[in-house]
Design a protein around this ligand. Structure first.
Ligand code: GLP
Length: 272
């Protein structure tokens, strides 16, 4: 890639193209390295990508049975088999239809009830990631307030897996998955920003104009704990894939598009 140690900004026309391009990156990672360690995300954004990965697995183009996965986060207070737990979400949308080995698909366990057990669970999760050799490719979405995983604004950029309180905006945004906002948990276990930055490669997806301000802030604003995704400016190998609505507020959009055209020529082996 041109300019190692950069955050690469890829602007595509629509969410379907983002899903295809993201599925290409994940599938090719697993094809090259069938025992890859994937970091995975929940939310509406990665759903299209997961659907395409499942289709490819069903067609026999890629096999996920040897990968290990670590999800970013899980609500506190919901048992793993609760209909709105992130565990249930992942099983339904990716792990079961995609042929993943469930014993190697890890999520934090949010059903423990004491602070001591929660802290122990956070430590256990960090150890599991280390024992697996770290994360090869981490998939991320972004909250409308710039959060990644459940690292809400103000999170330390060096944070590790821990319990975080969700902001009211995040609870409102996620209420669509529950029957009412009162059912949305107030706490979650989340990988920290420091944990996420240790992934060897990161792929962040953002689609829709409701993400445009967060995208502008984390791509072109200063690195700040107030915009947790801005920490990715410090990461050596991050690709940000956006659809056109999510890219509307970027001041340097034309520049990113021209860099991508050069990148495409380079990858195709065409002369500059
Ligand atoms: C939640 C998740 C994040 C996700 C965010 C955005 O807060 N913890 O990992 O990125 O929602 O979700 P969506 O993709 O639905 O906009």
């Amino acid at each position: 890639m041109i300019g190692d140690k950069v955050m690469r900004i890829v602007i595509l026309e629509n969410a379907d193209q983002v899903a295809t391009a993201a599925a290409d990156v994940i599938a090719s990672t697993v094809q090259r390295h069938p025992e890859a360690v994937l970091g995975l995300a929940t939310g509406g954004t990665p759903l299209g990508t997961y659907q395409k990965l499942v289709e490819r697995a069903k067609r026999g183009e890629v096999a996920f049975d040897r990968v290990t996965t670590f999800n970013l986060d899980e609500y506190v207070g919901l048992p793993a088999d609760h209909p709105q737990s992130y565990c249930t979400f992942m099983r339904r949308h990716l792990f079961e239809p995609g042929g993943f080995a469930l014993e190697r698909c890890y999520l934090p366990n949010g059903s423990v009830t004491t602070w001591q057990d929660l802290e122990e669970e956070c430590r256990r999760y960090e150890t599991l990631i280390q024992r697996a050799g770290g994360i090869d490719l981490q998939l991320l979405g972004i909250g409308a307030d710039g959060h990644i995983a459940f690292n809400e604004p103000g999170s330390s950029l060096a944070s590790r897996t821990r319990v975080k309180a969700l902001t009211e905006q995040t609870r409102r945004d996620n209420a669509r998955f529950f029957s009412c906002i009162d059912e949305v948990p107030r706490l979650a276990i989340t990988m920290g920003i420091g944990t996420i930055l240790e992934a060897r490669r990161i792929l962040l997806l953002a689609t829709g104009e409701q993400k445009a301000e967060a995208v502008r802030a984390f791509v072109e604003g200063p690195v700040s704990a107030q915009v947790p995704a801005s920490a990715l400016q410090l990461h050596a190998a991050t690709v940000v894939m956006l659809d056109a609505p999510a890219a509307t507020l970027l001041a340097r959009k034309e520049y990113y598009l021209s860099m991508e055209r050069i990148q495409q020529r380079l990858e195709a082996g065409l002369p500059l």
